[in-house]
Design a protein around this ligand. Structure first.
Ligand SMILES: NC(=O)c1ccc[n+]([C@@H]2O[C@H](COP(=O)([O-])OP(=O)(O)OC[C@H]3O[C@@H](n4cnc5c(N)ncnc54)[C@H](OP(=O)(O)O)[C@@H]3O)[C@@H](O)[C@H]2O)c1
Length: 363
């Protein structure tokens, strides 16, 4: 009898915990949905070319809402590219009002190409690059990068990952570089919710870089509340999902160039990415093209400073810097985006709940 009562009691307790976990998950999901579908245009100025400018966090710098991602022009990530075409693409981006470029020492020839491009026009650009763990240390790597970029300073210097507790010396090296005037603002390029928390807790960091696309709403949407309050500089990457969100690929597309990272994708992965991207085709009715829709999704968040689009040709520059700048997606479109993301399993309540519990424990 006692045992039976005990079992009933345990079942009841488990049921109560499950019900409250379910209710909490629904509440967290509703919070994310509300935050992810509210439109507010944060643009502070518009240039003649149509490019719009935003504040770069609290740094005092002003950046074009579309920036130039230079990984592709390095020639090692998206297949071989011609140096001349890369220089022309950068020049076209500038003509169209772009003033922000992101690079890294590990992006093939990108820093050298930028060094050539920036000669005589350095003051027109906000240059972001990264420390990717090179030996012997950050200080000497930065000196080498300044030489490659043919400049005396970097505007936004990022550590290419979020240093852990045993790597605090890297933050100190960043702050020293800033104090010495070699860099104007500092941050990290990060991956998950906990990384964002760590950056926001390090109040001397000016901002961070993170992925955000129609197919990757996390970790960004999970931290919208904290970002609204702290207003760091936020650089968004990979919004075209390596080109898949431009809508130009089909299920049988093959990537033959071994210098193209997409050549490692299996046929199944390619077909799946194409199928997932197609769910957002409805946005074309509002934006005119998938490229514009994919890039305006992150631009719909006022917490974003700039979206760096990987650009490797003049015609891509025409589209990325000429057509993308503009109004955010409508609330109706963002609500439908949220529904499609949910159907794809991209808003997993479990992730929100475990993150919430982790934060309570850490408090
Ligand atoms: N951990 C990090 O810090 C990190 C990681 C990744 C990226 N990044 C930065 O973020 C930038 C962008 O991210 P991403 O490299 O992931 O790429 P992405 O912007 O999602 O996609 C870029 C690729 O899409 C294609 N594309 C671009 N514009 C197009 C257009 N208008 N029409 C059709 N296709 C177009 C191009 O490749 P094809 O023409 O060959 O298809 C281009 O290389 C990088 O350049 C880099 O600066 C940083």
């Amino acid at each position: 009898m006692v045992n039976r009562r005990g079992v009933l009691y345990s079942v009841g307790a488990v049921g109560a915990v499950a019900a409250s976990a379910w209710a909490m998950t629904r509440r967290l999901e509703a919070e994310v949905e509300r935050a992810a579908t509210i439109v507010h245009d944060p643009v502070i100025a518009q240039m003649k070319s149509g490019m719009r400018l935003r504040e770069f966090g609290r740094t005092g710098m002003t950046v074009s809402e579309v920036g130039f991602g230079s990984w592709a022009i390095g020639g090692e990530a998206y297949g071989q590219v011609s140096r001349q075409e890369s220089l022309l693409a950068l020049a076209r981006a500038e003509e169209l009002g772009c003033n922000f470029v992101d690079t890294a020492m590990v992006y093939g020839d990108a820093e050298q190409i930028l060094g050539e491009f920036l000669s005589g026009r350095r003051s027109r650009w906000i240059v972001a690059t990264k420390y990717s763990g090179q030996k012997p240390d950050l200080e000497r790597t930065l000196e080498e990068q300044l030489t490659r970029l043919k400049t005396d300073y970097v505007d936004f210097y990022q550590i290419h990952w979020t240093p852990g507790r045993d790597e605090e010396h890297l933050y100190d090296a960043l702050y020293r570089a800033k104090k010495a005037g070699k860099v104007r603002a500092v941050g990290v390029s990060l991956k998950n919710e906990q990384d964002i928390d760590r950056v926001l807790d390090h109040t001397q960091l000016d901002g961070f870089q993170v992925k955000l696309s129609l197919l990757d709403p996390y970790p960004f949407v999970a931290r919208l509340g904290r970002l609204k309050a702290s207003r760091p500089a936020v650089v968004i990457r990979s919004s075209l999902r390596e080109g898949f969100l431009t809508g130009k690929f089909h299920k049988d597309t093959q990537f033959d160039d071994p210098n193209d990272q997409r050549s490692k994708l299996s046929r199944e992965q390619i077909a799946q990415l194409v199928q997932d991207a197609e769910r957002f085709r409805f946005l074309e009715a509002e934006t005119g093209s998938m490229v514009v829709a994919a890039a305006r999704y992150p631009l719909s968040f006022p917490e974003v400073s700039t979206v760096i689009l990987g650009t490797k040709s003049v015609s891509q520059a025409d589209s990325n810097f000429g057509k993308v700048p503009g109004s955010p997606l409508s609330t109706a479109a963002l609500q439908q985006v949220f529904r499609e993301q949910k159907a794809l399993g991209l808003h997993p309540g479990r992730r929100l709940l475990t993150d919430y519990i982790r934060r309570i424990i850490q408090r």
